[in-house]
Design a binder for this molecule. Sequence first.
Ligand SMILES: NC(=O)c1ccc[n+]([C@@H]2O[C@H](COP(=O)([O-])OP(=O)(O)OC[C@H]3O[C@@H](n4cnc5c(N)ncnc54)[C@H](OP(=O)(O)O)[C@@H]3O)[C@@H](O)[C@H]2O)c1
Length: 338
Amino acid sequence: MSRELTIALVGASGVVGAEFLRTMEERETPVKELRLLATSRSAGQTRRFRGEELTIEETTPAAFEGADVAFISASTAASQELCPIARDAGAVAFDDSSAFRQAPGVPLVVPEVNGVDLRDHAGIIATPNCSTVPLVLALWPLMAERTIRRVIADTYQSTSGAGTAAMAELTDQIGALMDERPVVIENFPKQIAFNAIPQVDVFQEDGYTKEEWKMLVESRKILHQPALPLSATCVRIPTLVSHAIAVHVDFDAPLAAAEARALWGGQAGLTVVDDPVNGGYPTPLDCAAQDAVFVGRARQDVSSPNGLAFWCVTDNLRKGAALNIVQMVEWMLEDGCL
Ligand SMILES: NC(=O)c1ccc[n+]([C@@H]2O[C@H](COP(=O)([O-])OP(=O)(O)OC[C@H]3O[C@@H](n4cnc5c(N)ncnc54)[C@H](OP(=O)(O)O)[C@@H]3O)[C@@H](O)[C@H]2O)c1
């Protein structure tokens, strides 16, 4: 029998927290005890897990005592405070925020790509940004055959990427517009309903947003390509779940679309949907509540002799967050490094 884990889940009342519960049920994660944690705002609420009602408690340092692992999925500020507390209590902290992703000694992992990096952890492990995960997983099998010279990645990101309140803001705005009431803007820089906003996170001095910078530096760390040239434009669109990316990659030599499809077809975690004339391409709605990263629209980039253009989509709450962390735990249990 595999080892059973005591798990502290911080952010249990959030949209990613809900996905952790679903994912652990579906994948039969070996749970001995599950502690649901959030703030005093949602303490006392309950969530169902494997047929049992569990009560959410306020997060305190004592909540990590005796835990084998902690899933910290709350906010960057909460992670900065809570990951070291969880680690010092003896748990391995899996962090969903950007707080530790670039820290030396903190593995930043997509298990299908760089699972071996998990062996070098020192108590804190980070999961990448929800747009970085599908991008690196789609690039990874292509890198077995070609050297990447340059990547352009333009995202179409759903409102759930900004949490529960942001999803509600989209539906509230649509309702308000239909009823001719004033629109309330709180979670996004502009109205998101019937719009597209080329700003995810704050702007930096170089004109890129922090989300775009994350896609660059996280891809470099995961792929072990410290000089990888990558430029992203991250756009929020009025969907609820799944992030999509239009990708253009330049290689050292041409890569035919058929060859790319064959390489993707052999990669765990990827599903190829590429019969565009018959509607065979992934959309955010198709991919919601699915585990895979879906790729399609593969074609030679007519603007570059060694270029490939494609489209990829994944459920940002699943492979972009909860599922990737649960898979890291599975990988480590199998490997014996947890
Ligand atoms: N949404 C995504 O696609 C996605 C993808 C990758 C990573 N992430 C990251 O995952 C984290 C959670 O995102 P979300 O989308 O689930 O947000 P959310 O729906 O707004 O939920 C936030 C959760 O964190 C809890 N929380 C906030 N501050 C806390 C604190 N100081 N101590 C303990 N719990 C605290 C909240 O509890 P209360 O209910 O008590 O307020 C709630 O359970 C964020 O760090 C986010 O960047 C999200």
